[in-house]
Ligand binder design. Structure first.
Ligand code: AMP
Length: 112
C-alpha cells in the first residue's frame, strides 16, 4: 500500500535496522524498544491488522511465527513474548499487521 510506513520499510524505501528478511516477511528493530530486545515481524503483503487475517492469507501468519522461532533460537532466547495489538483501543498505531517480539527482561501479566 503506497502510504503505509511498514510497506515502505519492507521494500526498504524507508530504512530500518533489519533483523531478517525472506520472500514473505521482514523483521526489524522497533524504534522505541520496550525490552532489551524488541523487534517487529511483518508480512510483506499489506494486511491492516489481525482482524483482516482469513483463510486466504493465514499461511503468512504461520510463516511469521516460524520466523520468530527461528530468530529466537539463533539468538539463544528460551523465553520471549509475541504481541499483536489489533485496533486503536488495544494500542495499534501502525495499521499493517505486525508481531512485536520482546525478550531480555521479566514480563508482567496481565499486560497494561
Ligand atoms: P503498534 O503500536 O502495536 O501498532 O506498534 C507499532 C510499533 O512500530 C511501535 O512500537 C513503534 O515504536 C514502531 N515503529 C513505528 N515506526 C517505526 C519505524 N520507522 N521503525 C521501527 N519501528 C517503528
Amino acid at each position: 500500500m503506497s502510504d503505509c510506513i511498514f510497506c515502505k520499510i519492507a521494500s526498504e524505501e524507508i530504512p530500518s535496522k533489519k533483523v531478517y528478511e525472506d520472500e514473505q516477511c521482514y523483521a526489524f528493530y522497533d524504534l522505541d524498544p520496550q525490552a532489551p530486545t524488541h523487534f517487529l515481524v511483518i508480512p510483506k503483503a499489506h494486511i491492516a491488522s489481525a482482524l483482516d487475517i482469513n483463510e486466504g492469507n493465514s499461511m503468512i501468519v504461520g510463516h511469521c511465527f516460524a520466523v520468530i522461532a527461528k530468530v529466537a533460537k539463533e539468538r539463544g532466547f528460551d523465553s520471549y513474548r509475541v504481541v499483536s495489538n489489533c485496533g486503536e483501543q488495544a494500542g495499534q498505531s501502525v495499521f499493517h499487521l505486525h508481531f512485536h517480539v520482546l525478550a531480555g527482561r521479566d514480563m508482567t501479566w496481565p499486560p497494561g
